[in-house]
Design a protein around this ligand. Structure first.
Ligand SMILES: *Cc1c(COP(=O)(O)O)cnc(C)c1O
Length: 390
């Protein structure tokens, strides 16, 4: 058996829909992007959805529209995909790392206030692996300190807190449609915002800062006149080819979310008693999106002294599963421990100890809707049969 960590799963309706923009000849940000945005609003409950080329460009666009600039500071978790910090760097601002809590893998809200200075302008909470941050607590701090909240909801499809879909808690939220994510358009991203003024600005800025879109211009009576450009914009437009496959996937959104949760539930029920695995956090306030199923490998209490040893044991466990044809991955990486950030800000791994532990000792198991029951049983039995040295 060979089981990948994730799988892209296009279906007949996606194949049919993708041909429509190709046949029509209108292939960039047209009716199919609009349809995808409309369905994204319906699913998430957000007032406005703005499709872009990736979650990364979405985050960059929002920070830019909010006026984040050199001299500003933005608080980001130290355990996340590197892009969360990179977008702050793009604008010459400084990402200020905040450690995580090991049970949720999300930003440790109790450590945020100490990091706030006169220069702090925003916080980017990350709903990592599909688990929402406690947005009541986070927003309280943001309001008290007059900070923007931009949600990195790259993994956030289907993730809810108090029954509200992520992407509705901050000034804006950004989602990813990279193939590792639950909905994919190859590359692609979506910004949600309930602020209509910001929404209009983002629509313009993703399209070179133009006052109207090409489609609007082509439908006017003087299509040969080019528009005004009120903003410094970018070309972050999604193609209609991507819009078309995003749109048909949204018709299956509930089904995709349910299947991921069913697999996760099965893992949790079966692996609950394994002492050396910490399973994903759950609580009635949260609906998990399960973009990934990430556990903490912990054959003993992890400390500064033994982290290298536990990391070695985790890697042996990953080797064992690899030999059995089962793909695993670390959850993600500790950004403060990556070369660019370590060198630029002179950070050492132990400055954010929980992120460092999550980097060295987390392990993700395969999760995707078409994972069969037989494959799931095989993975679970392989894990259960592992003789873990304690
Ligand atoms: C995947 C991911 C991103 C990047 O998304 P892209 O669409 O590839 O730009 C950013 N942040 C997090 C937390 C992610 O998981």
């Amino acid at each position: 058996m060979k089981i990948p960590i994730a799988k892209t799963e296009f279906q007949k309706e996606d194949f049919e829909n993708i041909l429509k923009p190709l046949k029509s000849g209108w292939v960039v940000q047209g009716p199919y992007v609009k349809e995808f945005e409309y369905k994204w609003c319906n699913y998430t409950g957000a007032k406005n959805s703005i499709a872009v080329t990736s979650c990364t460009t979405g985050l960059h666009l929002v920070l830019s529209a909010l006026g984040i600039k050199a001299g500003d500071e933005v608080i980001v978790p130290s355990f996340t995909w590197i892009a969360t910090a990179n977008v702050v760097e793009y604008l010459g601002a400084k990402p200020v790392f905040c450690d995580i809590t090991p049970d949720t893998f999300n930003i440790d809200i109790n450590k945020i206030e100490k990091l706030i200075t006169k220069k702090t302008k925003a916080i980017i909470p990350v709903h990592l692996f599909g688990l929402s941050v406690n947005m009541d607590e986070l927003n309280k701090i943001a309001v008290e300190n007059n900070l923007f909240v931009l949600e990195d909801a790259a993994c956030g499809f289907g993730a809810r807190f108090n029954n509200i879909h992520v992407g509705n808690f901050g000034i804006a939220g950004c989602f990813s449609f990279h193939p590792r994510k639950a909905i994919t358009t190859g590359e692609g991203g979506m910004i949600t915002t309930n602020d209509s003024e910001l929404s209009e600005k983002l629509r313009s800025m993703r399209d070179h800062g133009a006052a109207i879109t090409d489609l609007q211009r082509h439908m006017q009576n003087k299509p040969y006149l080019l528009p005004e450009f009120p903003y410094l914009g970018y070309n972050y437009r999604m193609t209609d080819i991507q819009g078309a496959i995003g749109s048909t996937q949204m018709d299956r959104a509930d089904e995709i979310h349910k299947k991921r949760n069913k697999i996760a539930r099965h893992y949790i029920d079966e692996l609950e008693n394994i002492e050396w695995l910490n399973l994903p956090f759950s609580n009635e306030k949260y609906v998990h999106g399960f973009q990934s199923f990430v556990c903490l490998f912990q054959n003993k209490k992890i400390t500064t002294e033994n982290i290298g040893e536990v990391n070695k044991k985790r890697n042996e466990f990953m080797d064992y599963l690899f030999e059995k044809g089962i793909s695993t991955r670390p959850g993600t990486h500790a950004v403060h421990n990556l070369q660019y950030y370590m060198e630029k800000y002179k950070i050492s791994p132990q400055d954010y100890p929980e992120s460092y532990i999550a980097d060295k000792c987390s392990v993700a198991f395969p999760i995707f809707p078409s994972l069969s029951e037989a494959e799931l049983e095989y993975i679970i039995n392989s894990i259960k049969n592992y003789k873990c040295a304690v």
